[in-house]
Design a protein around this ligand. Structure first.
Ligand code: GUN
Length: 294
């Protein structure tokens, strides 16, 4: 079998188009969703992500603000900035790009964000709302994007065994909640595996849908995938490769070529889950503006 490729670029574009249309309708009523992104330090990967988020906002017709700080910023300065953005009526959604420098208490920063503006969905209020299935929750963009890919590609989750490899707060745990809910893209039987799971390969082999977010290059091999399973690769890793002009290449958490021979559908890296995350961030910013009623 050669797997169908799940094209995150195409699906992400479709969602961004829908968001732009909704933003245009709001503009007719004199309203404009606004997103603020706070970035600390000069990590090149974070800078690339933040620039893409700002550009995508403008393309969707939204207001975008980027607030940059050097890595030496104090916690108090950062908290004061969050307070200002919390109070700013032009800002409906905000996020602080992670990771933060070691001297900053990340939990304290995330908890300072008004839950009504927390479009990353990392504040405990939104984490709790997601667990109980409250539709006003902001769903973290990566698992939300994975779920949208499944829905829009007609992959049935109801009754399926979904195995998630990785238990992070950003991906694995919220992914489990979304797949479990009694809602479209949910109603799966969910198993979450992690670094301490006994015989992880045999658990993975029982998956109808395998979501991999463990942060280890090409961790999932073909023998861990049941023939016909759907494989979603959330990983993005740089591996050294002297034959590439940049000296490295990007690979996922799944050994793509051999797994694509076994799976019925698979997401590529890059071009799979990655482009979905910005689309879902815009969707969340629109949701924040709708819920704010201004
Ligand atoms: N760094 C990597 N992924 C994310 C994300 O989804 N949100 C934020 N704020 N930072 C990140």
């Amino acid at each position: 079998m050669t797997a169908r490729i799940l094209d995150g670029v195409r699906i992400g574009k479709e969602i961004r188009g829908e968001v732009a249309a909704a933003v245009a309708r709001m503009a007719g009523k004199g309203r404009k969703p606004g997103l603020a992104v706070v970035i600390v330090g000069d990590d090149p990967a974070s800078r690339v992500y933040v620039r893409s988020k700002g550009r995508a906002c403008l393309e969707a017709g939204m207001h975008s603000e980027t607030v940059e700080y050097p890595a030496t910023v104090t916690q108090d300065e950062l908290l004061a900035q969050i307070d200002r953005l919390n109070a700013d009526p032009a800002i409906h959604g905000m996020l602080v790009q992670l990771p933060l420098p070691k001297h900053i208490d990340t939990d304290a920063v995330l908890r300072r964000i008004d839950p009504a503006k927390d479009v990353d969905g990392f504040h405990p209020v939104n984490v709790g709302k997601l667990v109980i299935g409250d539709p006003t929750a902001f769903r973290p963009a990566t698992p939300y994007g994975v779920q949208q890919m499944l829905i829009r590609e007609g992959i049935e989750t109801k009754g399926a065994h979904a195995v998630i490899i990785g238990r992070s707060t950003i991906v694995g745990k919220p992914m489990a909640g979304l797949l479990l809910h009694d809602a479209p893209g949910g109603n799966a039987t969910v198993t979450v595996c992690h670094s301490r799971s006994r015989d992880l390969p045999s658990i993975a082999r029982t998956a109808d849908i395998l979501v991999v977010a463990i942060g280890k290059p090409e961790f999932v091999t073909a023998d861990m995938v049941r023939p016909g399973a759907v494989v979603i690769d959330v990983g993005i890793n740089r591996v050294n490769d002297a034959s590439h002009p940049k000296g490295y290449r990007l690979v996922g958490d799944v050994a793509y070529a051999p797994v694509a021979e076994v799976a019925s559908a698979i997401t590529p890296v890059p071009g799979g889950v990655g482009p979905m995350t910005i689309a879902m961030l815009l969707r969340n910013t629109l949701q924040a503006a709708e819920q704010a009623g201004r």
